[in-house]
Design a protein around this ligand. Structure first.
Ligand code: HEC
Length: 492
């Protein structure tokens, strides 16, 4: 199943677009490695593709086609699905701000509080209101105390679904707010003495102040349940979103989370992320009121967790994958190793990998390269990475990705989403996602069967944001060969 057929890093130099005096790329010139490249303009003429050919049913790119001109992993090339023949469902995603589980059941949601507590679906009252709700919340107010200027209130996601004996295929398309894809994440920057994090989401104070650029990947999330999580079919991801979480109301200080028996001491966390109310022992499902570990283990064994998968434009797409996680007492990764790990060595406080200059022509990147934020520049362990050399003559301003990707090292249940390919064209992402109907890992996945219905809800993180600054859907029914909001059509 491992279909990595090769990684090619091509420098594409357009002489026609050269501009005199334009900057050169990264440390290439400074290190005197490839002076030829420095003669050409960066601005328009120089395009680096981290060309990664992932062969396989949805993303097969013939080796010859990856030469020079074809974007990385053009989707659909040999899909078993004729997508033009599959009906599409338009799903409105909207900006939810801080509308948490607790807010929905509180006096600030007076018309809905009792109904929500009683399990009434959100759509019973809010059907068709998504865009209006989103536009109102995103502009700022009690549900969004810290608005991001110009952000959209809603995004329309186009969803198509198909299946065969082995796999579910999803094709997901949405417009980006920006005129470029968000394909880079935060970096490590050398300041002349040590390496420190550089860039981040738009919500981060140093990015809001303009001290650092907004560098954060685009993402698509899918939450999936088979009816085991009470009320998920009615209320979707709002079950998992609580006061006390990162960037939500009443966020506790890190030391309080670190001191918490389960979340801090056992799980080693210092902030609160998604969780399900049944893992808490009070009626308001407070972040710190966790039930005993045996009770939580029993919920897991009964399948009462939410499956949560995320396609990531910077941290998984360059290796043709999505991550695979689940939500129970916390937002957890499935067992095994996912598509990316940190590039920071906690011991030496230096990067673990740099670019392999024999393959890329450079060891690190420069600010001019990453601030256009349109190229992936992924550091791929088995592709274009080399072990970090502390004596390589690093200079202030050198940048390395803060994550290392690997398809070869990904394994176990965390690596179930191995055939997910996103491509961006003229303002639209198209992600084609193939997933085994039954991953064989029921301890942290939801097995799917033809003839059955499941509940899904979608999220999109667009334009360099994280946490609550995303867009979400109300829950929808997904039928595998049976009628539902989204009907997966059988293909051979
Ligand atoms: C019984 C009807 C009802 C149900 C069920 C209900 N709501 Fe509401 N909700 C309302 C009404 C009425 C308002 C206030 C009027 C408005 O803003 O449209 C409101 C307001 C909101 C707002 C605030 C909008 C703003 O402008 O500030 C959000 C967000 C919201 N609801 C989300 C939800 C979600 C999510 C669910 C499901 C978990 C839900 N509601 C279930 C009736 C309901």
């Amino acid at each position: 199943m491992d279909r990595l057929i090769g990684i090619r890093i091509d420098a594409q130099v357009s002489v026609t677009a050269s501009l005199p005096g334009a900057s050169c790329i990264g440390s290439v010139c400074r290190a005197g490695l490839r002076p030829r490249l420095c003669m050409h303009a960066l601005t328009v003429g120089l395009i680096f593709w981290a060309l990664i050919g992932i062969a396989g049913p949805i993303g097969a790119v013939p080796a010859s086609a990856t030469e020079h001109s074809v974007p990385p992993m053009a989707a659909d090339v040999s899909a078993p699905v004729d997508w033009a023949a599959i009906p599409a469902r338009m799903v409105m995603l909207f900006y939810p701000g801080q509308s948490s589980y607790q807010w929905l059941r509180g006096t600030d949601h007076p018309a809905g509080m009792a109904a929500v507590a009683g399990g009434t679906p959100c759509s019973a009252c809010h059907r068709g209101q998504e865009a209006a709700l989103g536009e109102r919340i995103v502009a700022g107010g009690s549900l969004e105390p810290d608005p991001i200027a110009g952000k959209r209130g809603a995004i329309e996601l186009r969803v198509q679904a198909a299946y065969d004996n082995e796999r579910l295929y999803l094709r997901l398309q949405w417009p980006t707010q920006s005129d470029r894809p968000g394909q880079v994440h935060d970096f490590l920057r050398y300041d002349g003495q040590s390496w420190a994090p550089f860039g981040g989401p738009r919500s981060k104070p140093v990015v809001r102040s303009g001290a650092m650029p907004a560098l954060y990947e685009d993402r698509l999330g899918i939450a999936l349940d088979d009816g085991t999580v009470p009320s998920f079919e009615q209320q979707g991801c709002w079950l998992a979103c609580h006061d006390g979480m990162r960037d939500m109301q009443r966020q506790p200080p890190a030391e309080q989370v670190r001191a918490h028996g389960l979340l801090g001491r056992l799980l080693g966390q210092e902030d609160v992320r998604k969780y399900l109310p049944d893992t808490r022992d009070d009626t308001t499902a407070s972040w710190n009121r966790t039930r005993p570990t045996e009770a939580i283990a029993a919920l897991k064994a009964a399948g009462a967790f939410l499956e949560l998968m995320q396609w990531r434009a910077a941290r998984s797409n360059p290796v043709g994958m999505a991550d695979d996680g689940h939500v129970l007492e916390y937002r957890l990764s499935d067992a095994g190793v996912g598509p990316f790990v940190s590039n920071l060595d906690r011991g030496t406080k230096a990067p673990r990998y740099m670019f392999d200059q024999t393959r890329t022509g450079f060891r690190s990147l420069a600010l001019e390269q990453i601030t256009d934020r349109s190229e992936p520049y992924a550091l791929v362990r088995e592709g274009n990475a080399a072990p970090y050399d502390p004596d390589a003559g690093w200079q202030a301003g050198d940048l390395l990705p803060s994550r290392v990707l690997s398809r070869a090292d990904a394994q176990g249940s965390a690596a179930d989403n191995r055939d997910v390919v996103g491509s961006w064209d003229q303002g639209t992402w198209t992600v084609v996602w193939a997933r085994p109907l039954d991953t064989g890992n029921p301890e942290d996945d939801k097995p799917m069967r033809p003839g059955e219905r499941y509940t899904v809800s979608f999220s999109v993180h667009d334009d360099n944001v994280t946490t609550r600054f995303h867009h979400v859907s109300f829950p929808l029914r997904l039928g595998i060969g049976v009628n539902a909001d989204i009907t997966a059509v059988r293909v051979e």
